[in-house]
Design a protein around this ligand. Structure first.
Ligand code: CMX
Ligand code: CO
Length: 145
């Protein structure tokens, strides 16, 4: 069951500059940052609020680490902006299977590793009304992500 908005993914050309915009404009601080080589991103997670399921909601700021990454391709085509949304669930495998059975393309056979050791998969934007949609199971939901 999907129980929260886990994060909104925002693509940017310059992560440090974008982090500073969110800090100076809204007062949001970086909760966690990492490089995910498989996804081809350098990212910062800004925690916005805790959620009723023991998890949390974040902004995920994404800067590409290589030209052939999905985010680099998307930025070249669209410029900076909202890249994807992510729903949180305690069971990414089960929810992905249920959604696949409804005819929506799930992009990965098996969930991969996302922010903070989470397990993630994606739904094809063309099957989701133009919205690239991620499903996330936190590494430790009771710890806030
Ligand atoms: N949102 C909405 N539509 C998108 C999109 C996005 N983020 N990315 C691509 N599309 C659309 C394109 O506009 C294009 O539509 P048209 O054919 O109408 O022009 C179509 O999908 C195909 O796009 P493409 O540029 O040819 O890109 P690809 O098919 O090579 O890749 C996708 C698209 C979704 C399969 C790829 O972006 C992907 O695998 N995404 C999942 C992984 C990811 O995004 N990782 C980064 C974030 C990591 C994280 O969140 O932790
Ligand atoms: Co994401």
């Amino acid at each position: 069951m999907l129980t929260r908005i886990d994060h909104i993914g925002i693509a940017c050309f310059d992560l440090d500059k974008t982090v500073e915009f969110y800090r100076a404009t809204y007062g949001f601080e970086v909760y966690h940052s990492e490089v995910n080589e498989e996804q081809g991103v350098r990212e910062a997670m800004l925690k916005i609020n805790d959620t009723g399921d023991g998890g949390a909601s974040y902004l995920q700021l994404l800067e590409p680490t290589r030209e052939d990454s999905t985010v680099a391709k998307w930025l070249a085509k669209n410029g900076e902006g909202v890249h994807h949304i992510a729903f949180g669930t305690a069971d990414v495998d089960g929810d992905a299977a249920d959604i696949k059975a409804k005819g929506v393309r799930v992009l990965y056979e098996e969930p991969r590793i996302g922010s903070m050791g989470s397990r993630i998969t994606f739904l094809h934007p063309k099957d989701c009304g133009g919205v690239l949609t991620e499903l996330v199971t936190s590494a430790d939901p009771q710890a806030g992500h």
